[in-house]
Ligand binder design. Structure first.
Ligand code: LLP
Length: 434
């Protein structure tokens, strides 16, 4: 469910006409729906009713300060992975005390910054990391709260680049070595054991791998509670969203029409399967969803530059490119592409939708059926709220896109389009070349 829909012929985000946003701020521009994010947050919370659950939004999915503030206002903490992300939480006026710090290579400076801001816990990925956190905590004269990330060796059945819970991934400590890691942790004078963590992958479209992982690690989690008095279990993030029928999935009717065995994962089915398994543990449950919170709350607006009719192939050249939204090039991911102005009298066109970057990988969709559109008209790339702007780059010296947040009938620029001057502001020509 989301708040992107056609009113008359024009695509709206909540009550805002997206063509008006494109006109005012230009393109490419990301537009986010505050109501959709709030609804996602509340649905997940409701799905977990009965648990002492705390959402730590995985801010790597979209870390714009306005979005962080929006989630903080709703009561969310954050799953963060760098010193930069700690500083973003602070800059958004939110609290690091409700946040957890993950990642396989935290530097000493990052650990220190987290301790100074009283991080809720470090999610530790290896034994050498235990030693490093203990050392930094010692120099700061504090005890560092930790949880160890267990790798449950469960197949998440998702794209190879975003599966994380298999034994051949770089993440976490294998279940069979985890007891030894806790025994090592308890001996460090500057560490406090607070919990346990796992995360099996991203864009999971069924609940079974989550169930399998929880069932697999639960006996060990119960043992940790008895032995070390742990207070929480973080089950990670990973809930998938609808990409293929993205626009239609904004309506309840679409969900009702899906055969029960093919219905994509919802927070309700996720909660219904997991709450009974987690409740008996008697622990606080942390959740680190990123994509589910923001993915369907964002659209990338682009302008059509040319319709290039080739030999047996049409190319729709737009002004957004792989530097703005890298997911199709990187993961062969599907994003639905829709015209901002729908006109049923137009013919359908089959085309590759491509950006202007000088490599063939700069392609959003191959042989996509789309309403015929011409120069100056606009398209929307759906489900672009997660890992869109966050993964963007300046390749081809294309500045970072603008970002806009919509709430009801109002909208505001939450990130200005990057200027050329800003892009090159750190660059210098050395004296020996002058
Ligand atoms: N917790 C941990 C420890 C993670 O590594 C991740 C994501 C999350 C939570 C949040 O996962 P989510 O709920 O968003 O699925 N760039 C890729 C996704 C990479 C996910 C990395 N880890 C994409 O565009 O599909």
């Amino acid at each position: 469910m989301h708040h992107f829909h056609y009113t008359g012929h024009d695509l709206h985000c909540e009550s805002v006409d997206l063509a008006a946003v494109a006109k005012l701020y230009g393109t490419p521009t990301y537009v986010y729906s505050a109501a959709t994010m709030e609804e996602n947050y509340r649905r997940l919370q409701k799905g977990l009713a009965g648990l002492d659950a705390q959402l730590c939004y995985a801010m790597k999915a979209n870390s714009n300060l306005a979005i962080l503030r929006h989630f903080a206002n709703l009561g969310s903490g954050f799953d963060l992975v760098s010193g930069g992300e700690i500083r973003r939480v602070l800059a958004a006026g939110a609290d690091v005390k409700r946040s957890v710090f993950a990642g396989v290579g935290k530097t000493e400076a990052e650990i220190k910054l987290a301790l100074e801001n009283e991080i809720f816990a470090f999610h530790v990925e290896s034994e050498p990391e235990l030693a490093r956190i203990n050392h930094v905590a010692g120099t700061c004269g504090v005890k560092a709260p930790i949880a160890i990330r267990i790798n449950p060796d469960v197949d998440a059945h998702t794209h190879a680049k975003i599966t994380t819970g298999k034994s051949d991934n770089k993440f976490g400590i294998p279940l069979k070595h985890a007891a030894a890691a806790y025994e090592a942790a308890v001996k460090y004078p500057h560490l406090t054991i607070k919990g346990v963590q796992m995360h099996i992958g991203s864009q999971l479209t069924s609940v079974e791998p989550f169930v399998e992982a929880v069932q697999k690690v639960s006996p060990f989690v119960a043992e940790l509670k008895k032995k070390y008095g742990i207070t929480y279990f973080s089950i990670g993030g990973g809930m998938g969203i609808v990409y293929r029928d993205a626009l239609a999935s904004g309506d309840q009717a679409w969900w009702d029409a899906q055969p029960a065995d093919q219905r994509p994962l919802t927070p309700e089915t996720y909660g219904a399967a997991l709450v009974p398994l987690l409740k008996p543990l008697g622990l606080k449950i942390l959740l680190e969803h990123g994509r589910f919170m923001v993915g369907n709350a964002g659209v990338l607006l682009a302008r059509v530059e040319h319709l290039k009719r080739g030999a047996g192939k049409n190319f729709l050249v737009v002004d957004a490119a792989m530097n703005d939204l890298v997911r199709p090039a990187m993961y062969e991911s599907f994003h639905e592409i829709v015209p901002l102005h729908r006109d049923s009298s137009r013919r359908a066109l089959t085309a590759d939708v491509v950006g202007p970057i000088c490599e063939s990988g700069d392609c959003f969709a191959k042989d996509r059926q789309i309403q015929e559109v011409g120069e100056g008209e606009h398209l929307g790339f759906m489900s672009a709220g997660a890992y869109g702007y966050a993964m963007a780059s300046r390749y081809n010296t294309r500045g970072m896109a603008a970002e806009v947040l919509v709430k009801g009938s109002t909208f505001e620029l939450i990130n200005a389009r990057e200027s050329f001057e800003h892009m090159v502001s750190g660059e210098r020509i050395p004296a020996f070349l002058k």
